[in-house]
Design a binder for this molecule. Structure first.
Ligand code: FES
Length: 86
């Protein structure tokens, strides 16, 4: 059994999501999940613009951009794309 959560842009005042291993569709126009966005960050994307270029997230209705930006920000905090030297 696979459970999929969908993002409802009407009730988007606050987000705090922890769905663990369960995929959540973020961009319904392109069927892009939070997992795909996190993978894009892991592959070097650091902004919504980067992820949009790679996956197309947000380039149609745009209702997913706020949630996608939050996921990108959270993922960057977990795995920054830079390394401290000295
Ligand atoms: S839901 Fe992402 S562009 Fe429409």
């Amino acid at each position: 059994m696979r459970i999929v959560f969908t993002y409802n842009p009407i009730h988007n005042d606050e987000f705090d999501f922890h769905c663990g291993d369960i995929a959540m569709y973020v961009c319904l126009c392109h069927a892009i999940t939070d997992t795909q966005i996190k993978q894009a960050v892991s592959q070097g994307d650091t902004s919504l613009k980067d992820v949009r270029k790679r996956l197309g997230v947000g380039d149609q209705c745009g209702k997913c951009t706020k949630m996608a930006a939050i996921i990108i920000e959270q993922q960057l905090e977990l795995e920054p794309n830079y390394y401290e030297v000295a």
